[in-house]
Design a protein around this ligand. Structure first.
Ligand code: GLY
Length: 331
């Protein structure tokens, strides 16, 4: 389905005169996988919540603003959504009832910032950006991250929110095990990862989540780890991940996708190969959903997941849609 979408885009771009004659599109297995001309600006992000996030990112991109501002503003949309149970303050808590947030951000100069296990702050992505811009460090976690955020003017907000606390109390009554098996599928999807290419041809990315619902206290997933949940190399491209963070960390997922693009794979091929590597490293695939999203310097993008159900949102001058990613297997 993805390959057909690329083909459709190629035709649309050609019909609109975007594809300049004389420039060859890339061809993979007989199918056009990339428009011949750079498609910029463009923003892509994980899951359906990416549609609203892209709309806000687009406000920056269409005004020729920088990709780093676009991705921060974009994912803040999802962090603000109190109905979202997997990102931000409205997210599910750990097994002790604490909502702990992970996020990271990376720009075209390889500047990056990350925050992990942050409680009671509405916009972890903006704390990550402050760490990137105001400290010599990359990652702050827990109480240290919270003090830093308060020092920089972020306000404490109460969490979990009422509905989530109720849900957690019922869960707690019924779950006496140390931890429950991951339930990460299209009903319980997680992270928003967003990648943008701005009008000046610069790439940036952002990633934010409340992580695995009812996780062990102290657990941090892939989302705040540069190279796992997100990686940007402005020479080549950018990638982000969603799903079971432990599996993503094990193969340095987003960095792997970018390095595969450096070796000549298209974004689509790179995502497929990273998923294949995850599958090859795990004997038991039960509940092991991971999805990758990639964007290169030409604005060509790709996505692939272990199981079906992963989708992503794309916004550019010619396109605004939610696309089902290809996958390796059905649930
Ligand atoms: N991918 C989000 C997490 O595992 O926490």
């Amino acid at each position: 389905m993805r390959r057909r979408s690329f083909f459709k885009l190629g035709l649309t771009a050609a019909a609109l005169g975007v594809v300049k004659p004389g420039k060859a599109a890339r061809v993979f297995e007989g199918v056009i996988t990339s428009p011949a001309e750079t498609m910029k600006p463009i923003v892509i992000s994980t899951w359906e919540h990416g549609l609203a996030a892209n709309d806000n990112a687009w406000k920056v991109l269409k005004a020729n603003g920088p990709a780093i501002d676009a991705v921060e503003l974009g994912v803040r949309t999802t962090e603000s959504d109190m109905k979202n149970r997997s990102v931000g303050i409205g997210g599910r808590p750990d097994r002790d009832g604490h909502v702990t947030l992970d996020a990271c951000i990376m720009d075209e100069k390889s500047n990056c910032g990350a925050v992990g296990y942050l409680e009671g702050i509405k916009h972890p992505i903006s704390v990550a950006r402050k760490i990137m811009e105001n400290t010599p460090h990359i990652m702050l976690v827990g109480d240290g991250a919270k003090s830093f955020a308060l020092d920089y003017g972020f306000k404490h907000v109460k969490s979990p929110i009422k509905e989530v606390k109720q849900e957690w109390k019922s869960w707690k009554k019924e779950n006496k095990e140390l931890f429950e098996k991951p339930v990460i599928n299209n009903e319980n999807h997680d992270t928003i990862g967003m990648l943008a290419l701005d009008a000046n041809g610069n790439l940036s990315g952002a990633c934010t989540t409340s992580g695995w619902g009812y996780k062990l206290p102290g657990r941090i997933g892939d989302s705040p780890i540069i190279g796992a949940g997100l990686f940007v190399d402005n020479e080549i491209g950018a990638a982000c991940a969603t799903g079971l963070g432990e599996a993503v960390i094990r193969i340095a997922g987003s960095h792997t996708v970018v390095e595969l693009m450096r070796q000549g794979r298209t974004p689509q091929q790179a995502c497929e190969e990273a998923v294949a590597r995850i599958i090859s490293k795990h004997k038991n695939m039960e509940g092991l959903q991971v999805g990758f999203l990639a964007l290169d310097k030409n604005g060509d993008y790709g996505a692939y997941s272990v199981f079906n159900g992963f989708n992503f949102a794309v916004k550019s001058n010619d396109q605004s849609e939610l696309i089902d990613a290809d996958n390796d297997r059905n649930w």
